[in-house]
Design a binder for this molecule. Structure first.
Ligand code: HEM
Length: 402
């Protein structure tokens, strides 16, 4: 299995491994690898490239995410401590970060998102209705990726007819295997296309503002200064990355989970009020985001002697699947009293889109099961997950049509 750890001695007295989070593997292999390492380590050194620290103690991961003074967001990519690019708000530290979050808060508040529910539900229902007669589809391509992407485009104020090209870019940016794009040519070309696209959308709104999020952001002032095209672009690119892959991955895990746990599927169909906890538990158990931070000072975390300027990787799975934090941590428990996970992160950078994500996930699971209550994994597929963010690569479900 490609996710296997290769021991490489020690580094500053801490175990070192050839650990590469970018590689894919069989379904759930990444999460299980974290369980295994967290069972015997509080942290280790990855020897990939110039090296970075990996923290595997749940409490320490949360502590680092909350302590922005010691662990900065100037870089959030373990393999690249000195990025030449900026993503806003993700790569800002307080106090500028706090200003952006306050301004963005209105559009992503629980109230603003709740007002979108009828529209979100309609989009999901229409997309699933179109699949009913098919009897077997790759649910990631045909539903999980299309539904949140369309909602996100509406939220940003981007033209809906561009949905197809957006999905192609997301695919080329995030989902190409090494064999499909060995030189990274398609990935680079998608990155350039996304960048040019946002430059054009920003210019259009500078000329003629509309009633959309992008136009609103252009009217803001940060520290008394209007927002530059550079910052606007950094904001669009981050929103593109943050909003486009995470909900599809989560819908994929939810449908995988309920396909492989028919007794829980029956339970949510008989009592849809269990879906809300089911969604929280799926976010927790299938945790797929692995943030990283850059140390600002020489410090110690998870038993690792981190030097100023070094990167630390902070896998959320080790906190969300921590036996000291949760009873039966690996079980999706529809009746758990409180899920209390950190799948949306922790501290100042906790997910801006969490209310939208929760709404979309709940609606997706509800509307799917109203229409397609009986389904199973289509036979003859090997289920693999991506590296970096652990989403299922493709998931074919089969059901009997009416
Ligand atoms: C289930 C879906 C989602 C999950 C699991 C998720 C998870 C996360 C996590 C863990 C972070 C913190 C990263 C860090 O600490 O470095 C984050 C940040 C962020 N997310 Fe999400 N996210 C989801 C959906 C969304 C959506 C739908 C949007 C927007 C439409 C969004 C926008 C953002 C933004 C803007 C940030 C950066 C916040 C900041 O830096 O202050 N996310 N997300």
């Amino acid at each position: 299995m490609s996710t296997k750890l290769e021991p490489e001695g020690t580094y500053d007295g801490v175990p070192a491994y050839h650990f590469d989070n970018r590689l894919g593997g069989p379904v759930l292999s990444h999460q299980q690898r974290w369980d295994e390492i967290a069972g015997s380590h509080t942290g280790f050194r990855s020897t990939i490239a110039s090296g970075y620290w990996v923290i595997t103690e749940g409490q320490a991961v949360q502590e680092a995410l909350q302590d922005w003074r010691r662990f900065s967001n100037k870089s959030v990519t373990a393999l690249n401590p000195d990025p030449k690019f900026l993503w806003i708000p993700e790569m800002l530290d307080p106090p500028v970060h706090t200003i952006w979050r306050r301004l963005l808060g209105t559009d992503f508040s629980p109230k603003a998102i709740a007002a979108r529910e009828p529209e979100v539900r309609q989009v999901a229902a229409d997309m699933i209705d179109q699949l009913l007669e098919r009897g077997e589809v790759d649910v990631l391509d045909e539903f999980a990726r299309r539904f949140p992407t369309l909602i996100f485009m509406r939220l940003m104020g981007l033209p809906e007819q561009d949905l197809g090209i957006f999905l192609d870019w997301v695919h080329d940016l995030l989902h190409l295997t090494y064999a499909e794009d060995p030189e990274g040519v398609r990935q680079l070309s998608a990155m350039t296309a996304v960048s040019d696209y946002f430059a054009e959308q920003i210019a259009l709104r500078r000329e003629a503002p509309r009633d959309d999020l992008l136009s609103r952001v252009l009217t803001w002032q940060i520290d008394g200064e209007p927002i530059s095209d550079y910052d606007m672009h950094a904001f669009c690119i981050l929103m593109f990355q943050a909003g486009f892959d995470t909900v599809p991955i989560s819908i994929g895990w939810a449908l995988y989970h309920f396909a492989t746990h028919p007794e829980q599927r029956t339970a949510i169909i008989e009592d849809p009020s269990l879906i809300a906890m089911g969604v929280e538990e799926i976010l927790r158990v299938y945790s797929f985001v692995v943030p990283a931070r850059k140390a600002t000072v020489d410090t110690e975390i998870g038993g690792c002697p981190v030097k100023a300027g070094e990167m630390v990787m902070l896998p959320l799975a080790v906190s969300n699947r921590d036996p000291e934090r949760f009873d039966n941590p690996l079980d999706v428990d529809l009746h758990r009293e409180q899920s209390n996970h950190i799948a949306f992160g922790s501290g100042p950078h906790r997910c801006l889109g969490s209310h939208l994500a929760r709404l979309e996930l709940n609606v997706a699971v509800e509307e799917w099961h109203k229409r397609i209550p009986e389904y199973r994994l289509a036979p003859g597929q090997e289920l693999e997950q991506h590296g970096n963010m652990y989403g299922i690569q493709s998931l074919r479900l089969r059901w009997v049509t009416a």
